[in-house]
Design a protein around this ligand. Structure first.
Ligand code: SF4
Length: 719
């Protein structure tokens, strides 16, 4: 591995020298959409590599890490230390090589992700905390054949493990084996190809190390804390398959140095050493491909929650994003093709029979291949702790649960749903009835604390749908009205969410009826239901207590709770202020609100927007200063829907303060935003709020705001 590390350092130096010769040492270098420069160099050395000459310093640091003397295998401590240092030098050099490839337009490789941007890290982070992803597997190399490759990945998918695939052996890559085996790759299937050579594994490692800085709030350059974070909190492992050479050995040592254990099908000496990875096992071998996933899970200590559901197709969150294309569709329901709806209602305990599934109308065997059929899904639930308020929360899960089944595709909700069953699922024996079996099992599994009984009716004839649809539509409308009427003043209890503490240890979201969690996933009702389901979990009721400041939204009960749960880091939190003791931000936020002092207002930027903003920073850079569980006056991570809440930074004047937001965010908020502008008496506010098509420059922004007479300019000074 020492020779591998040295060789890759030399290769990186040659490439870098050539680049400097061709361009110049001031030439900019970096990865797309990140605030962490070259993240490994940033995390481990504290360097901000912006130019080719900065990269030179990284390579000389890498060179000093790899010793010229081969490690002495008889002296275990020094052997491991030297090996890990060589590994670090290899991955630092590889990161420079990958950045040079970006500079030369050679990355990402065909059908590969390459560098994974910060926004992806944030969205995957939330899936890790809420349990949709139970771990991260990195497969490097090739399996013994296409089928074995597909079987290993399917095994990982069934266990909700995000699988990053890449590398090759003798010119064969696992990526192409999966393609040949007919397995769909992509983020939505939890199978992400990163690159076809060993060097590109650096995209995985610099993805993992960014979690430490993004969610853990660890400062760049604190290498030990960054590695400790990855070891303790990022449940990742490497499956090294099919062959090893000196570069793979050096890179593998780099993975170990970053706290990621390796499981291999090769006959290599196993390594056990405390303090390197989460458990003693650092390098483990398992020749049998049917057992290697289980072995890896045990070695990394990943907790996998799997429920066996009696349906004839595999079922897990990893299949959630798989689409059923028209060519592979056996039958479809709803969308623009046929009438369909889904409706969940609460019943009394003695009114329903648990587990009953009825199909009213033709079963799948009586349907034509390629046909459009009607479908009504009516779910009745009963439970001692069930409340009518939970109906919409549970109904929303239908989408997720049905998509868990391989070969079932579901979109939309209520009477705007669309579903397909694939030919493969039909061939495997999947029936309409199994939709009900799956739904009943998942409701019991995930919502057992509030749901004691579930029964499902699946209506596949049009007359049955016509009979029930009016009742469902009345219920949808009544729910909307009930929710719209809920205010912070109407309750004495808010809810906490501390799920993100697994990444950002001091972060506490306070969720109120008019302010949802900053990831956008938890409304007050969601948090309330989650508390019923797991009374000791991350969602706890917080009595507001005595009002200390009604305008800023400060209560003594909230302060006491937050002080305790933030490990005494935050002693006051105002729910409605951006400036005075704002809420902490973990890193999963959908949007960032940031003060624009020149305009006496604020800008809001959503994480999907990658361009410049009037704050002089892109989302990724802003997110870097806001996240980590800190209170940052003037900056706030928020859920998208909070923008259209009456309580949106109401202490600073609310919606009228927004002077800039990306066009797509305006469009996504659509009529909700227009309605709010009307409610506050400025119906043309949306036109007065600038976006990137107007400007991203503060000076021009102020000029525009003056021209359109934006209300922020005449509001009291923000600071
Ligand atoms: S509500 Fe807050 S703490 Fe909970 S998952 Fe979302 S961002 Fe994380």
């Amino acid at each position: 591995m020492v020779s591998g590390a040295k060789k890759i350092c030399i290769e990186a130096e040659e490439l870098l020298n050539n680049a400097i010769k061709e361009k110049s040492s001031d030439m900019q270098i970096g990865f797309p959409e990140t605030a962490f420069y070259l993240p490994l160099a940033n995390a481990l050395l504290g360097s901000e590599v912006k130019t080719l000459s900065d990269a030179k310093k990284i390579l000389s640091a890498a060179r000093t890490l790899s010793t010229d003397i081969p490690p002495d295998e008889n002296k275990w401590d020094t052997f491991l230390k030297d090996a890990l240092n060589s590994g670090v030098s290899a991955i630092l050099a590889e990161e420079v090589i990958c950045a040079l490839r970006y500079l030369n337009g050679k990355e990402p490789q065909e059908s590969c992700f390459g560098f994974m941007p910060d926004t992806l890290l944030r969205s995957l982070g939330i899936q890790l905390v809420d349990g949709r992803i139970s771990g991260i597997a990195v497969i490097l190399g090739k399996a013994k054949d296409d089928k074995a490759a597909v079987d290993i990945v399917r095994d990982l998918q069934k266990r909700n493990i995000l699988t990053l695939v890449g590398g090759s052996v003798d010119g064969v890559s696992i990526i192409d084996q999966l393609k040949e085996g007919g397995l769909h790759t992509g983020l939505e299937s939890y199978v992400v190809p990163f690159g076809r050579d060993t060097v590109s594994i650096v995209y995985v490692l610099n993805f993992a190390i960014r979690a430490a800085m993004t969610f853990g709030g660890i400062k760049a350059g604190n290498a030990k804390a960054c590695v400790d974070y990855v070891r303790e909190r990022v449940p990742a492992f490497v499956l090294l398959l099919g062959g090893v050479d000196e570069l793979k050995a050096a890179t593998g040592a780099g993975a170990l140095a970053a706290g990621v254990p390796i499981i291999t099908d090769l006959d290599l000496p196993e390594i056990k050493a405390p303090g390197v990875c989460a458990h003693e096992e650092c390098l483990v071998k398992e020749f049998d491909h049917t057992k290697i996933v289980q072995k890896a899970i045990e070695a990394r200590g990943i907790k996998v929650k799997m429920t066996q559901i009696p349906i004839p197709v595999p079922c897990s969150a990893a299949f959630e994003g798989e689409r059923v294309r028209k060519e592979n569709m056996f039958v479809q329901f709803g969308g623009k093709y046929s009438p369909a709806f889904e409706y969940l209602k609460m019943r009394k305990m003695d009114e329903i029979e648990d587990g009953k599934v009825d199909v009213v109308g033709p079963e799948i065997d009586m349907m034509q291949e390629g046909s459009n059929m009607p479908l009504g899904i009516v779910i009745e639930v009963a439970g001692r702790k069930m409340l009518q308020d939970y109906e919409p929360i549970l109904e929303r899960q239908i989408h997720k649960f049905l998509n868990y089944a391989m070969g079932i595709f579901h979109m939309g909700q209520r009477d705007m749903n669309w579903m397909r069953i694939s030919k493969d699922a039909k061939k495997a024996g999947f029936k309409i009835r199994h939709l009900g079996v799956l739904l009943a099992a998942k409701f019991h599994d995930e919502y057992g604390a509030i749901v004691d009984k579930v029964c499902v009716r699946l209506i596949t004839d049009e007359s049955g749908i016509k009979k029930l649809l009016p009742e469902a539509r009345l219920a949808y409308a009544a729910r909307d009205e009930r929710l719209a009427g809920m205010t912070d003043e109407s309750v004495d209890t808010f809810y906490s969410c501390t799920l993100c503490q697994s990444f950002a240890p001091d972060h506490v979201c306070v969720v109120s009826p008019e302010r949802l969690g900053l990831c956008g996933a938890y409304s007050w009702l969601d948090a309330k239901a989650a508390h019923e389901i797991t009374p000791t979990g991350g969602n706890q009721p917080i009595k507001k207590g005595k009002t200390l400041d009604a305008v800023k939204g400060i209560w003594d009960g909230i302060n006491t709770f937050v002080y305790d749960k933030s490990h005494q880091r935050v002693n006051q939190m105002s729910i409605y202020s951006l400036i005075d003791s704002p809420m902490t931000s973990c890193g999963c936020f959908e949007c960032i609100v940031a003060i624009v002092p020149e305009a006496n207002g604020v800008m809001v930027v959503n994480r999907e927007y990658t361009g410049e903003t009037p704050a002089g920073m892109k989302f990724a850079t802003l997110a870097n200063s806001v996240g980590g569980g800190n209170q940052t006056p003037g900056f706030l991570g928020v859920g998208r829907l909070y923008i259209v809440s009456k309580k949106f930074i109401s202490a600073e004047g609310g919606l009228k303060r927004i002077v800039w937001m990306p066009k797509e965010l305006k469009e996504v908020l659509g009529h909700k935003l227009t309605k709010r502008c009307e409610e506050i008496g400025v119906p043309d506010l949306l036109d007065k709020i600038a976006d990137e098509t107007v400007t991203t420059e503060p000076v021009e922004l102020v000029r525009y705001l003056e021209k359109v007479k934006h209300p922020a300019l005449s509001m009291p000074p923000l600071m």
